[in-house]
Design a protein around this ligand. Structure first.
Ligand SMILES: [Zn+2]
Length: 199
C-alpha cells in the first residue's frame, strides 16, 4: 500500500480490464517517474472521449459522427453485412483486409447467466437493415465461445428469409476465445472458408 493519491492511482488503474495489481503499480510508477509522459494530454483525452465518441446510428460501430466511416464509404459492398459482437471486432476484421462489406455491431452476446437477452442486443436494428432486400448475405462473426455460439444460433433462426444467405466463419478460430485474439491470417482464412448455415 502507498500513501494517498499514489494508491488511488494504482486502484483506479487496477479497475481496468486486463490490468492486475502488479501492472497497475508498474503503470502508476511509469506515469510518476517518466518526465516525457504527457499527463495533461492523457487527462484531456479521457475527459473528451465520452463526449465525442458516439455509436454509428446504422451499424453501432464507434464514430465521432452520426454514422461511421465504413457506413459512409461508397466503395464498400452494400450487399454483405458482417455481424459482430463488439466494435473492437470490427477493428480486428478490418486488419485482415479480407472483408469489403458493411458491419452490424450487436453490442454483446446472448448470455442468460448475465441477464443479457435478445432485447438487450441490436437484433431489431439488423432486421430493419435487411428489409429492403439490398443485402444478400449476412456473415455471422460472433466470438467462438458459448455465448457467441448461442447468439449465432439465435441469429440463424431470426434471419431466415428468401434471397438471404446466412454464413458463419469457418472453424479454425481459437475455441473459447475472443475474435479479437485471432491472428490476422487465421481470421482472414475463416472469412474465406465461411459456410452457409441452415436454421
Ligand atoms: Zn456504421
Amino acid at each position: 500500500m502507498y500513501e494517498g493519491i499514489v494508491q488511488e492511482l494504482i486502484d483506479e488503474l487496477g479497475r481496468l480490464p486486463g490490468i492486475g495489481p502488479k501492472s497497475a503499480q508498474r503503470i502508476a510508477f511509469h506515469i510518476l517517474t517518466t518526465q516525457s509522459f504527457d499527463t495533461t494530454r492523457l487527462s484531456e483525452i479521457l475527459a473528451d472521449v465520452r463526449d465525442k465518441v458516439k455509436f454509428c446510428n446504422i451499424c453501432g460501430n464507434v464514430t465521432e459522427q452520426e454514422t461511421c466511416s465504413i457506413c459512409r464509404d461508397p466503395r464498400r459492398s452494400q450487399t454483405v453485412i458482417c455481424v459482430v459482437e463488439e466494435a473492437k471486432d470490427v477493428a480486428a476484421i478490418e486488419r485482415t483486409r479480407e472483408f469489403r462489406g458493411l458491419y452490424h455491431v450487436l453490442g454483446g452476446a446472448l448470455s442468460p447467466i448475465d441477464g443479457i437477452g435478445p432485447d438487450d442486443l441490436r437484433f431489431h436494428q439488423l432486421v430493419t437493415r435487411l428489409a429492403d432486400a439490398t443485402v444478400t448475405e449476412v456473415i455471422i462473426a460472433t466470438d467462438p465461445n458459448l455465448e457467441g455460439e448461442a447468439t449465432a444460433t439465435y441469429l440463424t433462426r431470426l434471419l431466415v428469409q428468401p434471397g438471404l444467405r446466412v454464413t458463419r466463419l469457418a472453424s479454425g478460430l481459437p475455441v473459447g476465445g475472443d475474435l479479437e485474439y485471432a491472428d490476422e491470417v487465421t481470421l482472414g482464412r475463416a472469412f474465406e472458408g465461411r459456410r452457409v448455415v441452415e436454421a
